[in-house]
Ligand binder design. Sequence first.
Ligand SMILES: Nc1nc2c(c(=O)[nH]1)N[C@H]1C(S)=C(S)[C@@H](COP(=O)(O)OP(=O)(O)OC[C@H]3O[C@@H](n4cnc5c(N)ncnc54)[C@H](O)[C@@H]3O)O[C@H]1N2
Ligand code: MOO
Ligand SMILES: [Mg+2]
Length: 437
Amino acid sequence: MVERRKPIKVNEAISRVMNFATSGKVEYVPIEDSYGRFLGEDLIADHHVPPFDRSPYDGFAIRSIDTIAASSANPIELEVVGEIGAGSVFEDTVTEGQVVRIMTGAQIPDGCDAVVMFEVVKEFENDNKSFIQLKRNVKSGDNISFTGEDTKKGTSLVRKGTFINPGIVALLATFGYKKVPVSKKPKIGIIATGSELLGVDEPLQPGKIRNSNAFMVQSQIIRAGGEPIYFGQFSDEFETCFNQVANALSQVDILITTGGVSVGDYDYLPEIYNKLHANVLFNKIGMRPGSVTTVAEIEGKLLYGLSGNPSACYVGFELYTRPIIRTFLHHTNAFLKKEVAILGSDFPKPNPFDRFVRGHLTYESGRLVATPVGLDKSNVVSSLAEANILIVLPGGTRGYEAGMEVSVILLEDQEGTTIEKFTTMDVNTRRSQRKYD
Ligand SMILES: Nc1nc2c(c(=O)[nH]1)N[C@H]1C(S)=C(S)[C@@H](COP(=O)(O)OP(=O)(O)OC[C@H]3O[C@@H](n4cnc5c(N)ncnc54)[C@H](O)[C@@H]3O)O[C@H]1N2
Ligand code: MOO
Ligand SMILES: [Mg+2]
């Protein structure tokens, strides 16, 4: 007699998994390797930026007080007493009637309080001395980049757990981080199951297909910020499979298997969980695809039994594994961001389960449009290539029409959100009220 599994709600499955979320340690990497990692501690400015008053132009540093009387009818003449490029410092104090030739980025000399650009002065020589002629007056502070105007010492600039983008790399360099504290990546093992699976380099054979899930999940892990470790494919023999899982589990923070999790004769995972005395959090979710997604726990370590069907495997990972990875990385917004979009084409098939339809999001005249891509079956692989969103269609008795408002989950977003509820009633209620042409 086949086992009857009781489906639980998506939000309930997420919260059961999140009960086992842990945060990882912090390690140091060279700044060159920090892009794409997650910051391991708050980044606080330990000095002003810029650290000194500096010139934003190539020109002359002057004393504004000397220019009070200057006008086109009354040009004034000032003596050039020195020249500094960026990185050099004028050692003396500039006094009445003097200016210093200064380049962009150079520190404003003592005594000066403004800069005039080359373009607004006339330069001339007299008696082997250099002078400028100026026909306008200048206010104190004109053309100066002031100390701390970019950021002040003590400002908290980036929070621990933030995804390090190129702008953050620039800040890290500004504040002298040759080595950057980053969240250690969780090590995530992958085992593919199924005697029908061929290696990517093998020619097709009758009844067999190439193993795509293992490589798909590896890249999903990388996109989420984890470190994948591929342990290869299951053998056909139960004891060997059990040992493979137990051995892999001892080497990783999280273990993912794909396939073999349903009720088939060769679906070994349920029996393996049993033999491992694992605490199975759930083995059926009211969702499509991915209803068979199973998560078990042993001594706080999570084992994901993702479906063998590619689309189901993909969705199961994004909903239940990704937030655990992000939490491990100290990212405070562990969940994928949700937006409201307009459904781009009809989705007539009603379903009692919540659906996560692979879709493509576009911007059309200021509106977000979510269009389902490819065949909506859990065993398809081709729809995944174009998907940049999952369109959330809550279960019910009716289908959905183009123009309705729907929730979408943004797959490529790095910001995330703290909100874990991917399926909510708000869209359900709204869909009956608003429809766009
Ligand atoms: N009697 C029932 N049968 C099935 C049920 C059910 O409730 N009762 N659930 C169906 C659903 S829903 C899904 S989803 C699948 C889940 O199957 P498994 O997770 O056990 O996965 P497998 O049986 O191993 O394989 C399913 C399918 O996926 C292909 N596959 C497997 N691994 C890979 C891989 N690495 N790369 C590409 N494709 C893979 C495999 O060849 C099968 O076609 O069960 C339904 N059955
Ligand atoms: O787990 Mo299945 O994906 O619902 O078709
Ligand atoms: Mg199966």
